[in-house]
Write a protein that binds this ligand. Structure first.
Ligand code: HEC
Length: 100
């Protein structure tokens, strides 16, 4: 019985470790897709290379600032209060990339 518990704890910590690493696609699916898939309210569409190229030219710090403070129809923190800066960065990288 005790052994089972140990295994469960190890499995749980492994799981939380893997979900801790910022996964751009996961963050996108959870928090950004709602607007960025269709371009709601003028949002640059995910994987629209031309649109994201000019955004990436502004530099990641400027884009992170827009996400954290909000911009136009995008609310501050992009409706993801639990997202870290790494989560935002990873999801921006994901949207800026061509769909694989
Ligand atoms: C409620 C809808 C909505 C959600 C959710 C949303 N966005 Fe946006 N986003 C927008 C809109 C609208 C714009 C265009 C803002 C403008 O230029 O006026 C935008 C623009 C941006 C920009 C460009 C900012 C700039 O400086 O031009 C980035 C980067 C961005 N979003 C990232 C994200 C990320 C990352 C997420 C998920 C964590 C996310 N957005 C979730 C609506 C949304």
């Amino acid at each position: 019985m005790k052994k089972m518990c140990v295994i469960a704890v190890v499995a749980a910590s492994l799981f939380s470790l893997s979900s801790y690493a910022a996964d751009g696609q996961a963050v996108y699916n959870k928090s950004c897709m709602f607007c960025h898939a269709s371009g709601v309210g003028g949002a640059p569409r995910a994987h629209d290379e031309a649109a994201w190229k000019s955004l990436m030219d502004k530099g990641m710090p400027a884009l992170l600032k827009s996400v954290k403070e909000g911009k136009g129809n995008m609310p501050a923190n992009a409706m993801c209060s639990s997202c870290s800066e790494d989560d935002f960065k990873a999801s921006i990288d994901f949207m800026a990339k061509k769909k694989s």
